[in-house]
Design a protein. Structure first.
Lengths: 101, 145
């Protein structure tokens, strides 16, 4: 699991790659939270393009980061999920909480 | 039950084995030539069941998780994930979407919903302090056969 965060003038993109499961989510969550709290971006897009697998652990991760972004006065977005990852997101109804594009 | 082929895999309840379980299932099912979508559905369902055993079944103690994958006639895949953990007192409640006993770990409570919708059949047998057995079945399409 890899994460690369770029932040330009309050608009940030976190690019993930690898398998997103319960095992990997812990570390990822800590890293994203550290960034959100210290950098306080207005917008954060999590790029799922490089995610090769995701189960419902990914849903917990998105919901938790969305909540934290809101608390910090920002907004979270999910971009580029592969079709099979989109299916898990759809099942969870996550598009009601977070914009997916 | 007529079994065409079978594999059994036993692992300790370490979260790193969630990926190992998915890899075992993928390797075994290659012989049945599933579609990318079918394999992805099965891998996701297996990941949910194994994660449940790690996070909930063995929350207070470590133990073994047993994974059985079978190929049955008519391209049916049978999967059983068994733990000897704390068990579930109220299975119906545990299977409700969004119900979770581990919100601090950001568990979304969707594990069983994912298993249910990605597989054809799901059965959960559990008793407190005895453990939980999840069995799932999915029929693979006849593509290219």
């Amino acid at each position: 699991m890899k994460i690369d965060i770029k932040n330009e003038n309050g608009t940030a993109v976190a690019t993930l790659s690898g398998d997103l499961d319960h095992h990997n989510a812990k570390e990822l969550r800590a890293e994203l939270d550290r960034f959100i709290v210290t950098a306080q971006p207005r917008e954060l897009a999590i790029d799922f393009g490089g995610i090769t697998f995701m189960d419902s652990s990914g849903i917990g991760l998105i919901m938790g980061r969305s909540k934290l972004m809101k608390e910090c006065g920002g907004r979270l977005e999910v971009i580029n999920p592969q079709p099979y990852i989109r299916r898990v997101m759809k099942l969870a109804g996550i598009e009601r909480i977070v914009k997916i594009r | 039950m007529e079994i065409l082929n079978e594999i059994k895999f036993k692992m300790p309840s370490l979260s790193v084995n969630e990926a190992a379980a998915r890899a075992v299932v993928s390797s075994f099912l290659i012989q049945a030539d599933p579609t990318v979508e079918e394999l992805s559905d099965i891998r996701t369902a297996v990941s949910e069941a194994v994660t449940n055993a790690v996070v909930h079944g063995y929350r207070h103690k470590k133990g073994d998780i047993e994974l059985t994958v079978r190929l049955l006639p008519e391209r049916e895949v049978y999967i059983r994930i068994k733990d000897k953990g704390c068990g579930i007192a109220d299975i119906e409640q545990a299977m409700e979407p969004l119900f979770t006993t581990a919100p601090e770990e950001e568990r979304s409570g969707l594990g069983f919903s994912v298993m249910q919708s990605f597989m054809d059949r799901l059965k959960v047998k559990s008793a407190p302090e005895k453990g939980t057995t999840v069995t799932m079945r999915k029929r693979l399409s006849e593509h290219g056969v």
